[in-house]
Design a protein around this ligand. Structure first.
Ligand SMILES: C=C1C[C@]23C[C@@]1(O)CC[C@H]2[C@@]12CCC[C@@](C)(C(=O)O1)[C@H]2[C@@H]3C(=O)O
Ligand SMILES: O=C(O)CCC(=O)C(=O)O
Ligand SMILES: [Fe+2]
Length: 350
């Protein structure tokens, strides 16, 4: 009999005390894990110090929708610090973590990923989303010492915000745009506006039956781009469409010490009029090691709309997507999940 934590609180079967589960419960057994073969294939690795970085990024964003980045200047000590804060957080008793539970309609807090509601089975993971100050959460989790967690989160957030700005600029340059040509924010001639960001800490506990469990179901992110630190344990897979190299397949992104994974989100897909592809990805789990990851979702500031860049659409041609704000798009994603992008597509007539 699996030991479910709902014995102690009202959240029915949703939150497992994973470490004490010896056998995969039916609630967490997925029938669809082997829809496509899992292969290894060289995911592009780009050194930001390389003068050709922008050119390589464009190629990777068109063909993969993701790449790994090195030479980014993020201190290894900061990566170690957030890794260790994540482990400290997820090691807390479930009752403690639930004190900082994400409210049903909220963004921030502890719990399942929002897309869980679209699936009949539960995922083998837990997570913590932070939008804005981490202090209220940290006070609930560590009433006597909230500062250590907050300091690391705030430093990480700042560093990621700066890196996201650099990457987005380079990616726009790689599309042949100068900063002055940016009309996506409706502010032609102005520099990149202050970007918004959301952090999500993920934990995938060691799993007694990894072949039947799903760490995180296949999805695309709604951000402009996501910067992911996956530490040292593999599990992240990118969906690669059928091409001359093989059929539709899952490609594992191998952890590379010190590297960060950059994932193209739906808003960059929209911005680039589909040239850069938002990539579907998922996470598989393993039998022996807990895996932690931290995703930084970077998007336009509140209230700013994103729409296809005029220069990329070309004169006399219609843009493929209508303008949306991040908040509006997140709402669509929450309601429609993988159908969200299609609903803002523009047909020739419209
Ligand atoms: C800003 C956000 C993006 C996200 C929803 C969220 O509020 C925080 C979690 C993010 C995440 C991570 C896993 C997949 C995803 C689709 C989900 O359900 O939660 C993404 C959301 C997104 O990119 O739309
Ligand atoms: O844990 C990972 O490697 C990926 C997590 C992810 O896709 C997400 O948080 O959106
Ligand atoms: Fe993701």
């Amino acid at each position: 009999m699996p030991s479910l934590s709902d014995v102690h609180h009202p959240h029915h079967h949703l939150h497992l005390e994973f470490e004490s589960v010896r056998e995969l419960p039916e609630s967490h057994a997925w029938p669809t894990l082997h829809d496509h073969p899992c292969v290894s294939e060289p995911v592009p690795v780009i050194d930001l110090a390389d003068p050709k970085a922008a050119e390589f990024m464009a190629r990777a964003c068109v063909s993969w929708g993701a790449f790994q980045v090195t030479g980014h200047g993020v201190a290894p000590r900061l990566l170690e610090a957030i890794d260790s804060e994540m482990r400290r957080l997820f090691a807390l008793p479930i009752q403690q973590k639930l004190k900082a539970a994400r409210p049903p309609d909220g963004i921030s807090g502890y719990g399942l990923v929002p897309i869980s509601s679209f699936f009949a089975k539960l995922m083998w993971s837990e997570g913590f989303t932070i939008a804005g100050s981490p202090l209220d959460h940290a006070r609930k989790l560590w009433p006597h010492d909230p500062d250590q967690f907050c300091d690391v989160i705030e430093r990480y957030d700042q560093v990621m915000k700066a890196l996201a700005g650099r990457l987005i600029s380079l990616m726009l340059l790689s599309l042949g745009l100068r900063h002055e040509e940016l009309d996506w924010a409706g502010q032609t001639g102005k520099p990149l506006p202050d970007l918004a960001g959301v952090l999500r800490l993920n934990s995938y506990p060691a799993c007694p039956d990894p072949d039947r469990a799903m760490g995180m179901a296949a999805h695309a992110d709604s951000s402009l781009l996501t910067i992911l630190y996956q530490s040292s344990t593999s599990g992240l897979q990118l969906l690669r469409a059928e091409d001359q190299n093989g059929p539709t397949r899952w490609v594992t992104v191998p952890p590379l010490p010190g590297a960060l994974v950059v994932i193209v989100g739906d808003l960059f897909h929209i911005l680039s009029n589909g040239r850069f592809r938002s990539v579907v990805h998922r996470v598989v789990v393993n039998r022996s090691r807990q895996r932690v990851s931290v995703a930084y979702f970077s998007g336009p500031p509140a209230g700013v709309t994103v729409s296809p860049i005029g220069k990329l659409v070309g004169p006399g041609r219609a843009p493929a997507y209508r303008a949306v704000t991040w908040a509006e798009y997140l709402g669509l994603k929450r309601k429609l999940f993988d159908k969200a992008l299609a609903t803002i597509e523009m047909t020739e007539e419209s």
